[in-house]
Design a protein around this ligand. Structure first.
Ligand code: NAP
Length: 261
């Protein structure tokens, strides 16, 4: 792992990053959760910076809206990948890899942003099927997607994988149940993978905690909160853009917080 993993330098660089024009030009980047919230904002921003974005989300109708906005803004033509991370099995993952291979031949970035909240409930009462679903969508599906797409990432000269974490994935908090546990798992997966791939590949692996952000998921978790008090998704993207572009070359195993704790 790079020494950058423990230094304050890359944290600050990630938070303060302002991309130059065309900073991501020529890069092919898959964003999961590209149909809403932070993933949608990230897909739009990457396209604005010149990246070709592969848009993965559950609901095709919503995903198409992201696609249309990128095209209307004159961005590189994106790829549309309707995909259900809850139900997909091996053939669907294989088809996903084949479609990306046919279209692009490689991947320069993989941003895991899709996620679900599940229940906010004491562990003692936590609904078991919901627990399994949250662990699957938020952690296991990110593992399977990464495992499936590693051969395409290996073909890049400078590939970057970014996982999305959470404050409760770094310090446990009552009632956050499967969501918090899955995010702890995401951090573990990031660290294991960063260590495994360092030295022998050109792939770096890092995680981002966006912090409280004005999205549907946040509304579900805090229905009484005034959304106007929270930053919009577009305001939490600097670390994602930094880690998914050449500015962060050599940064590996870093867990970034969008805002200082
Ligand atoms: P959001 O607005 O609810 O968006 C969630 C995204 O995940 C949507 O694009 C959704 O697709 C996709 N998704 C959900 N289930 C899926 C499935 N089975 N298959 C494929 N895609 C699926 O959430 P958000 O707030 O932007 O959250 C994005 C990430 O940030 C999550 O990992 C979340 O844990 C993390 N996070 C958010 C906050 C916050 O305050 N918002 C704070 C910390 C961490 P569809 O729209 O097509 O259903």
């Amino acid at each position: 792992m790079s020494t950058a993993a423990t230094g304050a330098g890359p944290q600050d660089a990630a938070r303060a990053y302002v991309p130059a024009a065309d900073s991501h030009a020529g890069r092919v980047i898959l964003v999961t959760g590209a149909s809403d919230g932070i993933g949608q904002a990230l897909a739009l921003a990457l396209a604005r910076q010149g990246a070709t974005v592969a848009l993965l989300g559950k609901q095709q109708r919503k995903l198409t809206r992201t696609y249309d906005r990128i095209v209307a803004a004159g961005g590189p033509q994106p790829a549309l990948l309707p995909f259900n991370l809850e139900t997909a099995a091996a053939p669907e993952y294989e088809a996903l890899a084949q479609a990306l291979e046919r279209e692009f031949g490689r991947l320069d970035g993989l941003a895991h942003v899709a996620g679900i909240l599940g229940d906010l409930s004491p562990v003692e009462q936590y609904d078991v099927p919901t627990w399994c679903k949250v662990l699957h969508v938020n952690l296991t599906a990110a593992f399977i997607t990464t495992r499936t797409l590693l051969p395409l990432l290996r073909r890049s000269q400078d590939a970057s994988i970014v996982f999305t974490s959470s404050t409760v994935g770094r310090t446990g908090r009552a009632y956050w149940g499967a969501y918090a546990v899955a995010k702890f798992g995401v951090e573990g997966l990031m660290q294991v993978l960063a260590h495994e791939l360092s030295g022998t590949t050109r792939i770096r692996v890092n995680s981002v905690n966006p912090g409280p952000t004005r999205t549907a998921m946040r509304r579900q978790a805090y229905p009484a909160e005034d959304p106007a008090t929270l930053p919009e998704p577009a305001a939490v993207l600097a670390p994602y853009l930094y880690l998914l572009g050449p500015a962060s070359a050599g940064v590996n195993g870093l867990a970034v917080d969008c805002r200082p704790a």
